[in-house]
Design a protein around this ligand. Structure first.
Ligand code: PLP
Length: 387
């Protein structure tokens, strides 16, 4: 990065129009005009870099991509309508029938569904490893394995995977390392530093941070991004200019928002550790977290997600949710509003019980996406529900 993170987030901007606007305007246009027939031919032949049609590129999506590339230390990127379209398009663009993926088992439930239910339709198969046993990775790599995939911190159990080790394994076996960096944001962690070839975000979460729009992005190596770009240009999962404009604005405040999210989350985690109705609290920057040292090594701060186990199993977990007064019961995360969810019965309900338990999703597990309300009010709400 040439300037500091916060400065680039604010100062990277699309070129100003003749109106010399201070804030980037919204370019609500589906297509662009050409000077003449030769300009049109040269543009389509990609002899010049310019906007042709908003399914390919748009000034708002380009600004959003430029910012995330800078923040992640990536060469190129493409912005998608949702995080899942980023995940799907990345795999669909890079893999052929007969290829194989090695993935951490602790991934977002819908990504797991993509690997187990949909990619096999094109004869693309996946083997899983337990996120707490990276030694197991090499045992499941096959001659046709192309991608090593993981999230860290994981959703929803907030486990931490050692990104440097994943980078080393990927390099040794000539695999592309793809990391879903959604929980950390580009502010807290940059997987490319540790050897990732591609980084994916659901921008719907902390990047927007205000629960308004859906979005996704993949950034990384230019040669791989060219494949993903060509696939996406032809299949149409592009982010809308309006959502790109919102997300690009959101990035201007990412650092200050995430700093406060982390501060609040750490206080919530420390409170939960003291409550006698709580069994286990998982937060990456708590000394009690099993991968605390790795989290400290690869993350700037611990993020905004706290997972904990309410004593008394499924009934106690559901009872706790019913007693919450201020926090929202919602499927999203990374919002200004604190959100409480019960993964076993919602986001990860499609997993078999064995798969769920293997990734630490017990019946009583509660995931709190700690928001930006005053932390005393957040803690009071959790406390009265637990009491
Ligand atoms: C880690 C992770 N990756 C990807 C996604 C998918 O993102 P989206 O909902 O924007 O499609 C989510 C959504 O919750 C997520 O938590």
């Amino acid at each position: 990065m040439d300037k500091h993170f916060e400065t680039e987030a604010i100062r990277i901007q699309t070129e100003r129009s003749q109106f010399l606007e201070h804030s980037t305007p919204l370019y609500l246009t589906s297509s662009y005009v050409f000077e003449d027939a030769e300009d049109m031919r040269a543009s389509f032949a990609e002899e010049k870099e310019r906007n042709i049609y908003s399914r390919y590129s748009n000034p708002n999506t380009s600004e959003f991509i430029d910012k995330i590339c800078k923040m992640e230390g990536a060469e190129a990127g493409f912005a998608f309508a949702t995080g899942m379209s980023a995940v799907f398009s990345t795999f669909a663009a890079l893999l052929n029938a007969g290829d194989h993926i090695v993935s951490s088992r602790s991934i977002f439930g819908t990504s797991h569904g993509l690997f187990t239910k949909f990619l096999p339709k094109w004869n693309i198969t996946t083997s899983y490893f337990n996120s707490n046993d990276l030694d197991a990775i090499e045992k499941v790599i096959q001659p046709n394995t192309k991608i090593l995939y993981a999230e860290s911190p994981t959703n929803p159990a907030v486990d931490i995977l050692d990104l440097q080790r994943l980078g080393d394994i990927a390099k040794k076996h000539n695999l592309w390392l793809v990391i879903d960096n959604c929980f950390a944001t580009p502010y807290l962690q940059n997987p490319i530093q540790f050897g990732a070839d591609l980084v994916i975000h659901s921008a719907t979460k902390l990047i927007d941070g205000q629960g308004r729009v859906l979005g996704g992005i993949t950034v990384g190596r230019a040669d791989l991004m060219q494949e993903i770009y060509l696939f996406s240009r032809n299949t149409g999962p592009a982010l809308s200019p309006f959502n790109a404009w919102v997300l690009s604005k959101s990035l201007e405040t990412l650092a200050v928002r995430v700093d406060r999210h982390c501060e609040n989350a750490e206080k919530v985690a420390l409170f939960l550790e003291t409550h006698d109705k709580v069994n286990v609290v998982k937060y990456p920057f708590l000394k009690s977290h099993p991968q605390y040292e790795i989290a400290k090594k690869q993350m700037k701060k611990g993020g905004n997600i706290v997972a904990f186990e309410v004593k008394g199993g499924i009934e106690a977990g559901r009872n706790f949710l019913n007693k919450i007064k201020m926090a929202s019961l919602s499927a999203n995360l990374g919002d200004t509003r604190t959100i409480v969810t019960h993964p076993a019965s919602t986001t990860h309900s499609k997993l078999s019980e064995t798969d769920r338990l293997e990734v630490g999703i017990t019946d009583g597990l509660v995931r709190v996406s700690v928001g930006l309300e005053n932390v005393e009010d957040i803690i009071n709400d959790l406390k009265q529900a637990l009491d």
